[in-house]
Ligand binder design. Structure first.
Ligand SMILES: [Zn+2]
Ligand SMILES: [Zn+2]
Length: 162
C-alpha cells in the first residue's frame, strides 16, 4: 500500500517572516490584528520546524492535515502506524513518509512528536517515537531525543529507504 505521498512546501524563510512583520506594522486597526495573526501562524510554524517537532498543525479545508514537515495526510486515511495507545499521536504521527526537520531532507521514521517547555528551569523536554519498532522516549533533552531519532532512523529506517 505504498501510495504516493503528497507534500506541500511549508518551509518558512526569514525573508517571509520579515515581510509579514512589515505588513503588520504598515496595517491599521483590525487589519493590523489580522496581519499579526498571519505573522504568528508562520512564526510558530517556523519555530516548531526548528524544534524538529512533527505535528498535524493545520487542518486544510477539513480535507487533510498538514504536518510541520509538509507531509499531507488526507482525512480518513487508514493509519499506517497502529498501537502505541499510551502516546498521544495525531493523524500525521500515524502516517508514514515524514521528512527530516529542519532541512526537509531524508525520509524519517523516528522523530519528535511532542515537547514541553518547563518554565521553572527554562528547559525544553522532548518526546520522540519510532514508527517502525514502536520504541519511544519521553521528556528527554533535545540532544537525547535527537540521538534516539538518529539511531532509529539508521536501524529501523532502512526498509523505507530501500
Ligand atoms: Zn512530519
Ligand atoms: Zn525503531
Amino acid at each position: 500500500m505504498s501510495d504516493a505521498k503528497k507534500y506541500v512546501d511549508v518551509k518558512i524563510t526569514n525573508e517571509k517572516l520579515e515581510a509579514l512583520k512589515r505588513e503588520q506594522n504598515a496595517a491599521v486597526g483590525m487589519a493590523r490584528y489580522g496581519r499579526y495573526k498571519a505573522w504568528l501562524h508562520y512564526a510558530n510554524l517556523n519555530s516548531w520546524q526548528n524544534q524538529k517537532w512533527h505535528l498535524a498543525y493545520v487542518n486544510y479545508a477539513g480535507e487533510s492535515w498538514h504536518c510541520t514537515c509538509g507531509l499531507v495526510v488526507a482525512r480518513g486515511t487508514v493509519a499506517e502506524v497502529g498501537g502505541l495507545q499510551a502516546l498521544e499521536l495525531d493523524a500525521a504521527h500515524r502516517a508514514r513518509g515524514h521528512r527530516n526537520l529542519p532541512d526537509f531532507g531524508e525520509l524519517v521514521v523516528a522523530f519528535v512528536y511532542d515537547y514541553k517547555w518547563i518554565e521553572d528551569i527554562g528547559f525544553y523536554y522532548y518526546d520522540a517515537f519510532c514508527q517502525v519498532c514502536g520504541d519511544y522516549v519521553l521528556e528527554r533533552s533535545g540532544r537525547e531525543a535527537d540521538m534516539f531519532a538518529d539511531i532509529h532512523n539508521i536501524s529501523c529506517g532502512v526498509a523505507v529507504r530501500a
